[in-house]
Design a protein around this ligand. Structure first.
Ligand code: PAF
Length: 277
């Protein structure tokens, strides 16, 4: 497994990878969700590359970048048995050298949901992902369904900027009690960990209603809100039933749709979603 940091090292290492390259972009502190993306890339590609970079530009001023969990040694130990060929772990100075001033921004899709709560977040995400794509030149790139809006926004960027890359979105990996795996789960202490299952329970209740014929989107949002209201530690930031592609709120669920939510459990902000097909 080659582990590189500088752009020159990356260029040299990338040259050695012949055939189809799959990239799994990450911010490190890997969990089973990331490992499932790496395994899928391993199955589908000749070579697998993983980037590990805590991207400062996708954190808002009130979000604590310095507290984001980091443990490169642990990440490398987890990756090692999975047959990864190349790990790229650049520094912020490599990705954003002094005088940096170029940004990639997707418009309408970034205005709702996460984008409404975290105004500069997606500008940071699309900029770094475009830079990772340009430097790594993968044929396929793997993302988790858990960050549904991120996947939609990057899909739009890939289409709009003609990146010759196939985007693969893989299912959310969950703990046995339904909590979606996330690096942020590390912040859930004591009773917050139990309370955090309310997101899965709220989504499951709305899916159950949908499967029993409910198509009114407002009713599905109400179902989710009423389950969230049973948990005193939960403060919902948004609860949505939207079109899967445009992310516009629906009146009636017809085609592929997305139930999603962001909820504060104590001080920890969690997101989760289910796709209705
Ligand atoms: O999903 C993430 O971990 C990040 O947003 C990503 C795609 C690696 C960009 O920094």
């Amino acid at each position: 497994m080659m582990i590189v940091s500088s752009l020159d090292e990356l260029k040299e290492a990338r040259r050695l990878l012949d055939g189809m390259v799959g990239l799994v972009p990450t911010m490190g502190y890997l969990h089973e969700g990331h490992l499932s993306l790496i395994r899928r890339a391993r199955e589908e590609c000749d070579h697998v590359a993983v980037s590990i970079f805590v991207n400062p530009t996708q954190f808002g001023a009130n979000e604590d970048l310095s507290k984001y969990p980091r443990d490169l040694e642990r990440d490398l130990r987890l990756i090692d048995p999975l047959g990864v060929d190349l790990v790229w772990n650049p520094t912020p100075e490599i990705m954003y050298p002094a005088g940096y001033q170029t940004w990639v921004e997707v418009e309408a899709l970034t205005r709702s949901l996460e984008g409404a709560m975290r105004p500069s977040h997606f500008k940071g995400v699309t900029t770094i992902v475009a830079k990772l794509f340009n430097a790594m030149q993968p044929h396929k790139a793997y993302f988790g369904q858990k960050d549904a809006q991120q996947a939609a926004v990057i899909r739009q960027m890939v289409r709009d900027l003609n990146f010759p890359i196939e985007m693969i979105v893989c299912p959310t990996v969950r703990e046995p009690d339904g909590l979606a795996m996330s690096s942020r789960n590390k912040y859930l202490e004591g009773d917050d960990r139990r309370a955090a299952t309310v997101l899965f329970r709220a989504l499951s209740a709305a899916k159950f209603a949908y499967e029993n014929g409910e198509r009114n989107a407002e009713t599905l949002r109400t179902v989710m809100k009423s389950v969230l209201a049973t948990e005193p530690k939960a403060s919902p930031q948004y609860v949505s039933c939207a079109d899967y592609d445009t992310l516009e709120e629906l009146d009636v669920v017809k085609g592929k749709s997305l139930l999603s939510m962001a909820v504060l459990i104590g001080k920890t902000r969690l997101i989760d979603n289910f796709v209705l097909k």
